[in-house]
Design a protein around this ligand. Structure first.
Ligand code: ZN
Length: 503
């Protein structure tokens, strides 16, 4: 009786398999492939991409969807089959909207733009990048034209955070900005935190062994996970039993590599936490970049920068790096990993200033796509926002408007998800703590399973079954709200910098 549903599932499973193979090739590219393999690999991936697109976006899939929907009738809309049909139809309709030649133009412009951006950043010369950004925006406007939308930026945002509107993000970011700006000004009046506890020489083998021990306590399982090094750390999974995370190590800085491993483990836990019944369906994996980032930030910051976690970690640091941290007490270590310092580079920003880096990009992107900002004026507009929000001067475009790769590759509308992830992480954390009072006390003993299991139960297991909005509301009981994140940061500043010590 479920012949049509089974036929649809078979077709969608093949598409998932092709995606898994592509991810394996992508991982290989970034982790172990020799550099001269790049051109051939790009061809192989393009071929697989074409096959996967034909298999999925063709009329056959439309007929298979119709047949499956007819067969299901008014069967339970909460069933797995109904969810598969619902999500696959949305993906299918979206995949068919954009003509193949526009997709190819966008992919090519991204590749060429990436090369141009690399050179422009090396020379800190915006004018080398500007024509490529102009071309990308022209293509993006054509892309937007493939959809019915009143607001161009809504279309771009939808690729990363389905169903979330520019108006909603603007509302949340306005609240965030209104809370963060005074917080940063407040910190500026405090005694700066001594960063020396984190300085020294830290052996790479010891760093790697330590990172592995810590992420294993979070849920990294050597029978289903790998950890390797990559220039730009990332996490992917090929299937629920094959999660790949990466980090990178520097001898003078154990914090960046360790916390990047915690971050990527958060992404991996979300991916690996899908209900096994979702395997080889379009429902498997994270539902949006914002929710994904909420989980990487959860494990990196809310857990990893907490005082109980620091208390558990510090003896292990002393053991891993003999003699390096003997004189550093818990308070000094914990304050040092939570120091707030406005800085130029987004990826190096602390928890308090990070979201402002994102908000200014969100504002600039809207001005660019709507044509309100001439591209030659972008660096100046950038520098003005850094001055206004962070109180610092940008000395060069390499440290300003050219620092991120996103615009070069066409990832416009992506940045907001980083700050939305922060906002959601605190909402989810408050909900978890309501259900699990004192859960953070267990961190001091290296106990992370209660939090991981709560997150699996309330977020991870659903994969893409529900929309990002439904997923968040199901977990926290309400819509996107910046208040919990501002509360979290306010408490953090008060405890790290000492309440009432403002000059
Ligand atoms: Zn991330």
């Amino acid at each position: 009786v479920t012949q049509a549903v089974e036929a649809l599932r078979q077709r969608l499973a093949q598409v998932q398999d092709l995606n898994a193979v592509m991810m394996g090739l992508e991982w290989d590219h970034q982790v172990i492939m020799p550099p001269r393999g790049a051109a051939g690999r790009a061809e192989a991936l393009a071929t697989l991409q074409t096959i996967a697109h034909e298999r999925f976006a063709g009329d056959d899939t439309g007929r298979a969807l119709d047949a499956a929907a007819a067969e299901l009738g008014d069967a339970d809309p909460e069933s797995l089959e109904a969810a598969i049909v619902r999500v696959a139809r949305r993906d299918w309709e979206k995949a068919r909207r954009v003509p193949g030649d526009l997709k190819a133009d966008l992919a090519r412009a991204g590749t060429i733009g990436y090369e141009a951006w690399t050179l422009a950043r090396a020379d800190s010369d915006w004018s080398l990048f500007e024509p490529h950004l102009a071309r990308m925006l022209e293509l993006k406007r054509r892309y937007v034209g493939c959809f019915e939308a009143d607001c161009a930026y809504d279309v771009l945002l939808d690729d990363y955070e389905e169903g979330t509107t520019t108006a909603e993000v603007s509302r949340v970011f306005a609240e965030l900005k209104a809370g963060l700006l005074p917080l940063i000004r407040d910190v500026a009046t405090r005694e700066p935190i001594d960063p020396s506890p984190l300085r020294g020489e830290f052996g790479l083998a010891a760093q790697e062994a330590l990172a592995r021990r810590v992420v294993e306590r979070f849920g990294f399982d050597a029978t289903g996970w790998r950890m390797d090094t990559a220039v730009h750390p990332f996490a992917i999974n090929l299937n629920l039993g094959d999660v790949r995370i990466t980090t990178r190590y520097e001898t003078t800085d154990f914090v960046t590599s360790l916390f990047s491993a915690l971050h990527e483990t958060g992404h991996g836990l979300y991916e690996a936490g899908s209900d096994p019944r979702l395997e080889r369906t379009p429902l498997v994996g994270g539902v949006s970049l914002g929710l994904h980032e909420s989980q990487s930030r959860m494990w990196e910051n809310i857990v990893g920068r907490s005082r109980p976690f620091s208390a558990w970690l510090l003896p292990q640091l002393r053991e891993a790096f003999p003699g390096q941290l003997d004189d550093v007490d818990l308070d000094a270590y914990w304050r040092a990993v939570n120091a707030v310092q406005p800085s130029l580079i987004r990826v190096e920003a602390d928890e308090i200033t990070y979201s402002l880096h994102v908000i200014m990009r969100f504002e600039l992107e809207q001005d660019m796509i709507e044509g309100r900002l001439a591209l030659s004026d972008v660096p100046e507009a950038w520098n003005a926002k850094v001055r206004e929000y962070l109180g610092i001067e940008v000395p060069s475009d390499a440290e300003g408007a050219l620092q991120d790769v996103h615009w070069a590759t066409g990832a416009i509308g992506y940045f907001p998800t980083y700050a939305l992830g922060n906002v959601m992480s605190a909402q989810i954390w408050e909900a978890a703590r309501r259900d699990l009072p004192g859960v953070e006390d267990g961190f001091e003993r290296g106990e992370f399973a209660p939090l991981r299991e709560w997150l699996t139960e309330h977020v991870y297991r659903f994969g893409r079954t529900y929309t990002p909005r439904e997923t968040l509301e199901g977990a926290v009981g309400g819509p996107l709200d910046a208040t919990p994140y501002l509360r979290y940061l306010g408490d953090k500043v008060a405890s790290v910098y000492g309440a009432g010590q403002a000059a």
